[in-house]
Design a protein around this ligand. Structure first.
Ligand SMILES: C[S@@+](CC[C@H](N)C(=O)[O-])C[C@H]1O[C@@H](n2cnc3c(N)ncnc32)[C@H](O)[C@@H]1O
Length: 433
């Protein structure tokens, strides 16, 4: 007979919602754990267990294994604000996760002030987290008043329409631009993303990468590691971000080679210039251009290699991006790509919901088979899958809110659960005949 109990774990070091998701994933693997609910804002995880099968010591050990410290308190004490947050999320059509995150920011406020902040932000149609935080901060400082009431003002706008290609690119540039400005110095607050970077690159590679490029690294692979670059070759990196792979490529091709980075986001290109200087390279060693990989201003048959790291998935017209890669590669030139795909076709309605907010690097994801068909149709041959990695729950959460929950609304947790185990980062090479 099962003997169920609910334990409340207070977690030290849980600094972002993606950490909470990672711990949840690890706890669910422990035998006897029935259900796990995360309350990131309060640094709490609730666990329903079968006490015949698992002890609280085992739970603490599982949390420790994930890299965090847990203190357990038994009982069914109501989690502070949980219900209020849930009500607010429902009332204003917001993601519960985003509200939790936002609550953490305005923790000094009372629940009433927080509820008023939500009401105000929606009355004034403030949807960006950073704007909402600034707004709430001044509202809290000034003392809260009633917003102007008008039926019209309180109508909640939900983003369910299909985004146009231009809107997607606009959102992408805005999100990555804000991330670049905010985190170039501080580094990514999401520990899962930091851990990923450490796992994807070898120590001797990381020792070559300057702080800005490292802090802003957002890839899902290490394309330079399997691009087989030779001294004197030309490399073009699609969606170079702040330049982690450009720096590594520049070391491989040497001063005789040529390295070109393209990115849609002006702030990322600016940070790439900074990374290059920090690496001690002269400015001409790496060429960086603001540009769209779907229509490049580069000549035909220019380059030996095209690399890309977690980018093509973000662009709405992947066919155009691969046609451009084919056009600028020399005959015999090659691709070295790391990107995100679904391992199989997923429920079209769930996919539509991911697409409606262009959810991180999962919003634009398609099935691997369809993705590789696009590569083949562009003219490439000899496709060779170097590696596949199925994302853990924490990684899935982090990737579907890339570059961070401040910039991208978290998808519904049921949708994330439905695609768990079906989101893969693939690394592959291919050749232009
Ligand atoms: C997930 S980040 C990866 C950045 C970099 N490759 C790395 O590994 O750190 C995605 C980058 O792709 C860029 N991007 C997205 N769509 C693009 C497009 N159509 N053309 C050029 N860059 C694009 C974004 O601006 C962002 O810097």
């Amino acid at each position: 007979m099962e003997k169920l109990n609910e334990l409340k774990l207070k977690i030290e070091g849980m600094s972002s919602p993606c950490c909470a998701e990672e711990i949840k994933g690890d706890l669910l693997k422990v035998e006897g754990v029935k259900k796990v609910s995360t309350y990131f804002a309060d640094k709490i995880i609730k666990v329903e267990i079968d006490t015949e099968k698992v002890t609280k010591e085992q739970l603490i050990a599982a949390v420790k294994e994930a890299g965090y410290e847990a203190v357990v308190t038994e009982g069914k004490e109501k989690i502070k604000f949980e219900q209020q947050l849930k009500d607010l999320a429902e009332k204003y059509g917001l993601s519960f996760q985003v509200l939790q995150d936002h609550w953490n920011f305005v923790k000094e406020a009372s629940a009433k002030v927080f509820a008023d902040c939500c009401k105000w932000c929606h009355a004034h149609q403030i949807t960006e987290m950073a704007d909402a935080e600034a707004f709430c901060k001044s509202a809290i400082a000034e003392g809260m008043g009633e917003p102007e009431t008008s039926e019209q003002l309180f109508k909640i706008k939900k983003k369910v329409e299909v985004l146009t290609d231009d809107e997607i690119k606009g959102l992408t540039a805005e999100r990555y631009g804000k991330f670049a400005e905010k985190y170039a110095e501080k580094g990514n607050p999401c520990l899962i993303r930091k851990k990923q970077v450490k796992e994807l690159y070898k120590e001797e590679e990381l020792s070559l990468v300057p702080k800005t490029a490292l802090n802003l690294a957002l890839g899902c692979g290490n394309p330079v590691s399997f691009a087989n670059l030779k001294s004197g070759e030309i490399v073009v990196d699609f969606g170079c971000g702040a330049g982690i792979d450009l720096i590594l490529a520049a070391h491989k091709v040497g001063p005789e080679g040529r390295v070109i980075g393209i990115d849609l986001t002006p702030q990322m290109i600016k940070k790439e210039g900074q990374s290059e200087a920090e690496a001690g390279f002269p400015a001409e060693r790496i060429e960086e251009h603001i540009g769209d990989i779907e229509k490049l201003e580069l000549p035909d048959n220019l380059t030996d290699v095209v690399t890309s790291n977690c980018v093509i998935i973000l662009t709405p017209n992947k066919e155009a991006a691969y046609r451009e890669a084919f056009r600028i590669l020399k005959p015999g030139g090659r691709l070295a790509i790391s990107d995100m795909v679904f391992s199989e076709k997923i429920d079209p309605q769930i996919q539509e919901r991911f697409q409606s907010t262009w959810a991180g690097v999962v919003g634009g994801a398609i099935a691997e088979k369809d993705y590789l068909e696009i590569v083949t149709k562009a003219g490439f041959g000899q496709i060779n899958i170097v590696k596949r990695h199925f994302l853990t729950p924490g990684e899935l959460f982090a990737m579907s809110t890339c570059p961070g929950t401040e910039f991208v609304p978290a998808p519904d947790s049921k949708d994330l659960e439905a695609v768990q185990g079906k989101v893969v980062s693939i690394k592959f090479t291919a050749v232009k005949p």
